[in-house]
Design a protein around this ligand. Structure first.
Ligand SMILES: O=C(O)c1ccccc1NCC(=O)[C@H](O)[C@H](O)COP(=O)(O)O
Length: 163
């Protein structure tokens, strides 16, 4: 937690601090949120509404998509935002794989989209589906660490969508 907090302290004040958790206890999440001065809690595990109610911060709940029926699950949760990510049997997130975006059927400005987003496909995702946010992980890493050059390239592609 000390390392997380030292990184959080380096962030520009305008950047939202989002903590990603997978099946942690509510007590632990609330404690880490407070210590690390998070703004948002992003839940990628099997958390339900009863659990979400115990979280002291706004919650973004991840739904892992393997069929178009999974998108309807967005209605099941009381939370600030829904994030659609790819389903994997092995991982709760960070798979580097996209789900079939055609399931979104048009504009998706209420939703956060994740899963296999990279500098080659982020433009299409934004122009075609207008998500509330895109959430990117493995494509901007090198050897398991975030790579500044890759992050810059991805941000350039995102900015090109608004030109
Ligand atoms: O990134 C991880 O390793 C991870 C592991 C377990 C649960 C969630 C995780 N990441 C959460 C994210 O929001 C990722 O950005 C999202 O799953 C997309 O990842 P990627 O497909 O690698 O861009």
């Amino acid at each position: 937690m000390n390392k997380a907090y030292s990184l959080v302290k380096l962030l520009d004040k305008n950047i939202k601090r989002v903590g990603v958790f997978v099946n942690s206890s509510a007590d632990e999440i609330n404690k880490i949120s407070k210590t690390c001065e998070l703004d948002i809690v992003q839940l990628h595990g099997d958390e339900d509404n009863e659990f979400i109610e115990k979280i002291n911060l706004p919650v973004w709940k991840a739904i892992r998509v393997s069929s178009k029926e999974d998108l309807v699950k967005a209605n099941d949760y009381n939370c600030e935002r829904i994030l659609f990510d790819s389903f994997s049997l092995e991982e709760y997130g960070g798979t580097g794989e996209s789900f079939d975006w055609s399931y979104l059927r048009g504009k998706s400005s209420d939703y956060i989209i994740a899963g296999g987003i990279n500098e080659d496909n982020v433009g299409l995702l934004i122009t075609k589906y207008s998500p509330y946010l895109v959430d990117v992980s493995s494509s901007i890493e090198t050897d398991g660490y975030k790579d500044e050059n890759k992050i810059r390239k991805l941000i350039e592609k995102v900015r090109e969508c608004n030109e």
